[in-house]
Design a protein around this ligand. Sequence first.
Ligand code: HEM
Length: 515
Amino acid sequence: MAFQTPEQLNLLITGYFFMVLGALCSYYFVFLWSGSSSFGRKLPPGPRALPIVGNLHQLAGKHPHRAIADMAQKYGHIVFLRLGQVPTVVIDSMDLISQVTKDLDNVFCSRPTNTFTRILLYDQHDFGMAPYGAHWRHMRRVCVHEILTPKRLLSTTSIRNEENLLVIKTIAVAAEQGKAVDIREKFTDLSLNVIIRLMIGSQGGHLHELKRFVHEALRLLGVMPIQDFIPFLGWLDPNGAVKAMHQVHQVQDHKLNIIIQEHRDLASGKLPGGKPDDFVSVLLDTPGVNGEPQLDEKAIKACISDLLAGTDTSTITNDWAMTEIIRHPKIQQKLHDELDSVVGRDRIVEETDLVKLHYLICIIKETLRLHPANCFTLPRQSMDDTKLAGYDIPKGSTILFNLFSIGRDADVWTDPLKFDPERWADSSNPSGLVDERLYVFGAGRRACPGYNLGTTLVLLSLARLFHGFTWSLPPGVFADDIDMSETAGFANPRKDRLLAVPKPRIAPHLYGGAT
Ligand code: HEM
């Protein structure tokens, strides 16, 4: 569960809490404190909930993942909270996650609904946040078997290559001029350019507006409207989140309608150029859920939106990894040594090299441990009353995995706050990012379908940036000056942007020279 900033959450809670508390306190006091909601059940331990706001006030002014990590110190690896009226179970051990996603996956494989999914994901017509059922199964099958397949990944290598080289060339220009580069901007552009081209082909005219929509939608993902926690306050919109979501949705819907119509016209020959070989064309050719000849248009638009948003994880991971590497010159040197030995300096890094870059893979695993792209991953929802770790979990509970806590658990990791890629040297999977000690791409029915694409995006861009350049901090900035804290939101990007100065390591003609 996430909020844009702790300050916003604070404002939101305190203002509206006091406004309605007087009138409704007695009703809620009876409802919650009489224990009627937990009567006869053994709920997991957790702090006592207040009327109306439940435990929301205990998260106010704090990063929710950190506040809940502190609660876990007292209550253990499974904590029960009421976020407003939403029963929420937060777990932070790989053992419990494995029970949820393997043994009990049939119960915990749904997703909760909220204002964001209703407005920006077309009433959960997507599949990432769709409730478990026939629609989700159908959409997921289409995405996994038609769109995000290893074969399609292979056939789109040239798109990633071209976009990657464009970014490298702009960095080469900065290197020639001795200028610092805004690293996050480069990674964001790269991931979005790649996914937009995969989705809609080479229709460059849409890139700019789609990017704006994705940026805005991702920002709103972290601004939870009060109605998601306290539905009877649905008529209020104190932080303007609902209004902003409707505004962004208008742009989104308008743009996606144009893109879909263009694809139809290209396929029918009304527009010249022929049918594009991209994700939208696949979705337009896909039959609907109940045997209809075509997918519902809402589902197509929601699915495009899902895939566009999926790239954010790669961007955030790369930004953290780059920051950690630049802060640790010895790690950068070791990575350079690996790149020189696997690739050499007479050619650029290719996607086929990536599985051999074991040290780079260790760096990414260490990054995902200490700085998971999403502290809570996507929420799950229980579809039935069930038991977990001996506790009763009511049907309809939201289940969150606190990946932030898991990666910093002092009982599991030696020196947990130290960035130490070597701790992954003995991994049972040296060529890939999945490891049983972390919940990187998820497990069970709702596991990440973007594994192959996400891994390639992360590894290729980092490998090329470090193969091509030696990076240092701008003059006068020292490693200890870098603020390594995160922003509080659904996603977990570093609060500050990293500026770094590149120095060429390979001849510019290898990547086509500086533009
Ligand atoms: C470093 C990159 C990435 C990481 C670490 C990552 C991680 C995750 C995790 C942890 C989940 C939740 C699994 C669960 O609920 O148990 C997830 C779900 C998902 N991811 Fe990714 N992901 C990445 C890249 C991508 C990319 C590139 C895409 C799409 C292009 C994508 C699309 C999705 C979708 C649609 C879901 C929801 C699946 C469902 O509910 O059926 N992800 N991802």
